[in-house]
Design a protein around this ligand. Structure first.
Ligand code: COA
Length: 140
């Protein structure tokens, strides 16, 4: 029988150290430490964390102004749980909180995954890192 997956949209009792080590072991850590993960999730407009038991096996979160523009980041399913609909379920929970908004995101290689959810490729996005990635003397 497949493991039961629970989706939580609050951030109560999240084990940020576990999230960090699980993301790192699955090559999706992006250099962020546990306290940075806590801060960036807490500062997000909406977030979903998927669990099997106490184990974090998926994340997704949205940045938003709450009115017209949102940006989705950190969509991830632990490798061994992929292709079971988990990221789709997380995305649907996030999108339900973004009604009326234009939702943008960036992906290197998961275009089809997002297209299945209704996203369309839009004209070129532009981006830059201000200074050095994760370095902010006002926060460290
Ligand atoms: C992309 C990712 C989040 C998808 O997670 P998942 O839980 O496996 O996704 P789902 O099971 O909900 O997939 C839904 C559908 O999209 C398809 N799909 C999933 N990942 C895909 C990919 N990378 N490319 C194309 N199709 C993909 C699935 O086959 C499935 O199709 P189906 O409904 O016809 O069966 C997961 O592969 C992942 O964590 N990748 C590494 C992190 C990453 O790249 N995240 C995206 C950052 S923008």
């Amino acid at each position: 029988m497949a493991d039961e997956v629970i989706y939580k949209t609050d951030l109560k009792q999240v084990d940020w150290q576990q999230m960090k080590s699980t993301l790192a072991s699955d090559a999706f850590n992006n250099g962020r430490n546990a306290s940075q993960l806590q801060k960036l999730f807490e500062n997000s407009y909406a977030a979903v964390i998927a669990y099997v038991g106490d184990r974090i096996i998926g994340t997704a979160r949205a940045l938003s102004d709450g009115v017209c523009n949102a940006y989705i980041v950190d969509v991830w399913t632990l490798s061994q749980y992929r292709k079971q609909g988990i990221a789709s379920a997380m995305m649907k929970l996030l999108l339900a909180k973004l009604e009326g908004q234009h939702v943008y995101l960036f992906t290197n290689d998961s275009v089809e995954f997002y297209q299945k959810l209704g996203f369309e490729v839009q004209p070129t996005g532009l981006g830059m890192v201000v200074g050095q990635w994760l370095q902010n003397k006002n926060l460290n």
